[in-house]
Ligand binder design. Sequence first.
Ligand code: PCA
Length: 200
Amino acid sequence: MASPRVLVTGFEPFGGGDDNPSWRVAMALADNPPPGVELASAILPVTWAGAWPALREALDVSSPDVVLLLGQSGKRPMVTVERFALNFGQGRIADNDGVAREPGPLVEGGPLALAATLDVDACVAAMAGVGVPASASHDAGAFLCNAVLYHALHGAPPGRRAGFVHLPMLPGQKGASDAEPTLEAAESERAVRAIVAALA
Ligand code: PCA
């Protein structure tokens, strides 16, 4: 059987931050591609205007069987795999263009919610299997992580699977406080590699 084509994406730093665990992991995988899959990767801008166009372009170029979207979550104690994307976007904070989006649908007339097509529980199990605490989440928020998952699912070609993994902030990352749980980049990378290995 041919190796599955897997597109892994990360996001740039945002919200005044100086780093993002998701771009670290996406770049680490690009530098040292996991075995058993045909890897493509992309870094997405944290902007309402640019994130989906950048993802759409990466999808057009790589035509992946699996889309594994990564992002940072500031307040989660562990790696989380999103079950759903909502057809709703709101700029709780300004994006990297300085735009705070008014609340409203991402896709006019689109379904209110779409379920991830990557097996969420299998992803959680794969990460638990390598000793990285992980859980499923039913709320990807209303910012750009939710938005790219919704767009990746909406109108996806048959047979393509897409999912989203939220990674905790990095220790010492600007904006991370002692009160917020963090995870080393190497641990997040190990977790994501376990998911990719399960796909291979
Ligand atoms: N996290 C944000 C957007 C970019 C990122 O890494 C989010 O959770 O929506």
